[in-house]
Ligand binder design. Structure first.
Ligand SMILES: Cc1ncc(C[n+]2csc(CCOP(=O)(O)OP(=O)(O)O)c2C)c(N)n1
Ligand SMILES: [Mg+2]
Length: 366
C-alpha cells in the first residue's frame, strides 16, 4: 500500500493536499485560480450528512437498503465538480456525491432505496445516468455514449464513468477499455479503489496497481489520492480536456477507502481489521480541507458553523421528505419501460389492471 503521506514521485500518487492539510504543488496539475475550495468543503460536509441520515433511515425501516459513500466524498466531489454541464456521468450505485454535483435532489436517491421508484430521475435532464447495480455494465454504456459524441463531431462534451476496484475484474470493463481505446472515445474511466468489493480485498482483483491496466489497452492510467478533493478535481479536469481534444480515454484510479459497510446489509467487522479503519481515518477527506482552510485563514469559525447549520437543516429535510415519499400506484410499474408504447407491455398492463379490479370492493390486506 503506498504511503499517502509522502511525496508524489515516491508513490506515483497525484496529491495536492496532504492528510495534514498542507498544499503541495504538482507541475503537471496546476490548480485553476477559480477553484472554490470552500464550496468543495461544503459539498463534502453536506453529502456526508445525507449519507448519515440515509443510514439512520434504513435502520428505522424507512429505506430498504443504503450503499454508503463514507470516505469517498473527495473522489466524488472532486471529480463531480470537474464536469462541465454537457458532460455525461454514468454512476454505479454509490455515487451520491456525484449526483449532488449534478444537481439531483437527494430525495431522488432515497426514492430508489425506499423502493418507491423504478429509476427516479431523467438522465438527460441532469446529465447523470441511472444507478447501475450490475457491476461494470455502465462502462460499456459510457463507451457507447462517448462513441456517439465522437460520431456527432462534438468537441465540448465527454463521458465519465464510475466503477469500483471489484468491477475491474468484470469482462465488461475490459471490453469498454478495448472499444474506447481503438475508437478514441472521449470517456474518462473513474475507478474508486476503495480497497474492497464487499468482502473481497483489492489484492484478489489484480496483481498490478489498477491504473497500470490502462497501458495494456493503449491509453494513459493515473493514480490519484482519492481522499484529496483538489487532486481528484485537477486530474479529472485534465482527463476530460484530453478526451474532448481527441486524445481518447484515460483511466483514473482514485485510491481511497470505504469507511463504512458495503451496504446496510453488510457487517465488515467479519472480514477487516479495525486498525485499517484507524489508519484511513487519519486521511479523512473532509478533515484535511478543514485543516487547510483554517490554517490559511481562508475560512473562519463562522463559515464552519454555517456549513454545519446547513447540514442540520438538510438532514431535517431529508428525514421528513423521506417519510413523505408516496408509494407508487401499482400500474406505474408499466410506465417508462420503453420511451414509446409497446404492445407486449400494454397487454401485460391490461391484464394486471383487470387482476387489480377483481379485488374491487374487497378489503385487501396491505
Ligand atoms: C455482475 C454482478 N456480479 C455480482 C454482483 C454482486 N455485487 C454487488 S456489489 C459487488 C462488489 C463491487 O465491488 P466494487 O466494484 O469494488 O464496488 P464498491 O461496492 O466497492 O463500490 C458485487 C460483487 C452484481 N451486482 N453484479
Ligand atoms: Mg470497491
Amino acid at each position: 500500500m503506498p504511503n499517502i503521506g509522502t511525496s508524489n514521485s515516491e508513490t506515483e500518487l497525484v496529491q495536492l493536499l496532504t492528510p495534514e492539510g498542507e498544499r503541495v504543488e504538482d507541475p503537471a496539475y496546476p490548480l485553476d485560480d477559480d477553484v472554490d475550495i470552500k464550496a468543495m468543503y461544503r459539498d463534502m460536509v453536506l453529502v456526508r450528512r445525507v449519507d448519515a441520515e440515509a443510514i439512520a433511515l434504513q435502520r428505522q425501516g424507512e429505506l430498504g437498503l443504503w450503499a454508503s459513500l463514507l470516505g469517498q466524498e473527495a473522489a466524488q466531489i472532486g471529480s463531480g465538480r470537474a464536469l462541465s454541464p454537457r458532460d455525461m456521468a454514468f454512476p454505479s450505485y454509490r455515487e451520491h456525491g456525484v449526483a449532488w454535483c449534478r444537481g439531483l435532489d437527494p430525495l431522488r436517491l432515497l426514492e430508489l432505496f425506499r423502493g418507491v421508484s423504478n429509476g427516479s430521475w431523467d438522465p438527460e435532464e441532469h446529465k447523470f445516468h441511472l444507478y447501475t447495480i450490475v457491476i461494470g455494465d455502465q462502462t460499456l454504456h459510457a463507451t457507447g455514449y462517448a462513441m456517439g459524441i465522437r460520431q456527432d463531431g462534438s468537441d465540448d462534451e465527454a463521458a465519465i464513468v464510475y466503477f469500483g476496484d471489484g468491477a475491474t475484474s468484470q469482462g465488461d470493463v475490459s471490453e469498454a477499455f478495448a472499444w474506447s481505446s481503438v475508437f478514441n472515445a472521449p470517456v474518462v474511466f473513474f475507478c474508486q479503489n476503495n480497497q474492497w468489493a464487499i468482502s473481497a480485498p483489492q489484492d484478489r482483483q489484480s496483481r498490478v496497481p489498477l491504473y497500470q491496466r490502462a497501458s495494456g489497452f493503449g491509453f494513459p492510467g493515473i493514480r490519484v489520492d482519492g481522499n484529496d478533493v483538489l487532486a481528484c478535481y485537477a486530474v479529472t479536469k485534465k482527463a476530460l480536456a484530453a478526451a474532448k481534444d481527441g486524445q481518447g480515454p484515460t483511466l483514473i484510479e482514485a485510491y481511497t477507502y470505504r469507511m463504512g459497510a458495503h451496504t446496510t446489509t453488510d457487517d465488515p467487522t467479519r472480514y477487516r481489521l479495525a486498525s485499517d479503519l484507524e489508519t484511513w481515518r487519519l486521511r479523512d477527506p473532509i478533515e484535511r480541507v478543514r485543516a487547510y482552510l483554517a490554517r490559511t485563514g481562508e475560512a473562519d469559525s463562522e463559515f464552519f458553523a454555517a456549513v454545519d447549520a446547513e447540514a442540520d437543516e438538510l438532514g431535517k429535510v431529508v428525514r421528513e421528505g423521506c417519510r413523505k415519499l408516496p408509494d407508487p400506484a401499482p400500474l406505474e410499474i408499466f410506465e417508462h419501460v420503453y420511451a414509446d408504447r409497446n404492445a407486449i407491455v400494454s397487454e401485460e398492463r391490461e391484464q394486471f389492471a383487470s387482476y387489480l379490479e377483481s379485488f374491487a370492493g374487497q378489503e385487501v390486506a396491505r
